[in-house]
Write a protein of this length. Sequence first.
Length: 95
Amino acid sequence: MNTKSKMIMPAEWRTHSRTWMLWPLRTDNWKQNAIPAQKSFANVARAISGFENVYIGIKQNAIDSARNLLLDMDINNNTNNSTNLVTFQSLLEQR
């Protein structure tokens, strides 16, 4: 077993190139079908995207609703950064 991974988890104050978030979906963890949590996550993504790129890991079946919510919030307005929805399947394919 290889215990020397090249992956690191820097402290939140360290310089980094992007922020990763995971889109809330599980209705057993989130109230009201996760809708309030998704709006809050979108607000956080919007705030962060003013400073750096944001990548949101998401299940394929939730992309359309997440994209619509992020577009409704004008998530990429007036910044040079972006918010990107990345499916878990595409992450696995990159390995």
